[in-house]
Write a protein that binds this ligand. Structure first.
Ligand SMILES: Cc1ncc(COP(=O)(O)O)c(C=O)c1O
Length: 341
């Protein structure tokens, strides 16, 4: 679903000034940051170019925060299961991870921790990876309130925001009056992960610090990619593409859900997709182990087992309906069914 042809065509519409393809300022292209300020208004985030850092994907934002803002041994609270367990940006920098389940009460649980160390709360409240679930406004406000009171900064990873099928709940950042939230976005899930463009919105001292470290790391993100993203967002190409993308994803989600209802109802449960790429399929029995993974791989079916996101989880598979064709999805699910029934 990546719009390769359209991207190729759009290159002809982009004109470059020499200054724009030199080293950019530590925070990234001024043009893109201005475009983003306008773009983010739509989701209730009022910000200024000096509060934005352009990064080479959301993952780099997490790495910069780990290296630049947190001391070794800091605590990173995360929702269980968590995307962070599959990539380790904080673990590699020597942070202590504490996983908290969203239900019955994430906040009550959070309050029980006596923190002697610096800490942050990492969350993916819109179309969470891997579960695909979104938080309500009430939950977002409760987390913000509790973290403000406990002086815990929040890293809000919102890379799936644009892929919500219905109107998305406003991000936590939209009601952040204290500068407590480091907000992360990216075009990886919408336009192209290969462009490697994401952004962080945060108070300017934080952005300055992260920008310094980014300069020491890579002298800035690709000027060409930044020009492309600025063009796509400011020309309206991006918004038009998102409408089509959401429609395609919705169709694919419905297709997979129909197969699940027909073939998996007796052995598993799942929630209807609210957007994004994933269905978090829960098997009644703990069957999702390495042997199942390897058996499926032998038959050319690649699954994302739940234990990638939570080591002890042998119940879940993260099903993605975004990549394989509809025929491949049906075939793959057929092979899975044969293996487990
Ligand atoms: C929740 C979440 N955050 C960050 C990323 C990384 O995104 P990027 O490609 O922009 O680095 C991903 C990609 O899988 C993700 O699911």
């Amino acid at each position: 679903m990546l719009p390769a042809k359209q991207l190729e065509q759009s290159l002809k519409e982009i004109s470059l000034k020499p200054k724009e393809i030199g080293y950019s300022s530590p925070q990234g292209s001024e043009k893109l940051r201005e475009v983003l300020c306008e773009y983010l208004k739509n989701r209730g985030i009022k910000t200024a170019p000096e509060n934005i850092l352009i990064v080479s994907g959301a993952l780099q934002a997490l790495q910069l925060i780990a290296i630049g803002l947190l001391e070794e041994g800091s605590i990173v609270f995360q929702e269980q299961p968590s995307y962070l367990n599959s990539v380790h940006p904080f673990q590699s920098a020597g942070m202590r991870m504490i996983s908290i389940t969203r239900h019955p009460s994430l906040i009550d649980h959070l309050r029980k921790f006596k923190r002697k160390r610096q800490s942050v709360f990492y969350c993916v409240p819109s179309l969470h990876n891997p579960t695909g679930q979104s938080w309500s406004l009430k939950e977002k406000k409760a987390l913000y309130g509790a973290c403000k009171e406990m002086q815990i900064p929040i890293i809000e990873d919102d890379v799936y925001h644009e892929l919500t099928f219905e109107t998305p709940v406003p991000p936590i950042k939209s009601f952040d009056t204290s500068g407590q939230v480091l907000y992360i976005g990216s075009v990886s899930k919408t336009l192209s992960p290969g462009l490697r463009i994401g952004w962080v919105v945060a108070p300017s001292p934080v952005i300055g610090r992260l920008g310094d470290i980014k300069m020491q790391t890579d002298y800035g993100s690709s000027a060409f990619s930044q020009e492309i993203v600025a063009h796509w967002i400011s020309s309206g190409l991006y918004e038009a593409h998102l409408i089509k993308l959401r429609e395609q994803l919705k169709r694919r989600a419905a297709f997979v859900e129909a197969i699940l209802e027909r073939d998996f109802q007796r052995v598993a449960t799942w929630k209807k997709s609210e957007g994004g790429f994933y269905i978090w399929l829960r098997f009644h029995e703990p069957i999702v182990n390495k042997a199942l993974f390897l058996n499926l791989l032998q038959q050319n079916v690649l699954i994302n087992p739940g234990y990638i996101y939570e080591t002890k989880d042998l119940h879940h598979i993260r099903l993605s309906y975004a990549y394989a064709s509809m025929q491949e999805l049906e075939k793959g699910l057929g092979i899975l069914r044969e293996l487990i029934l």
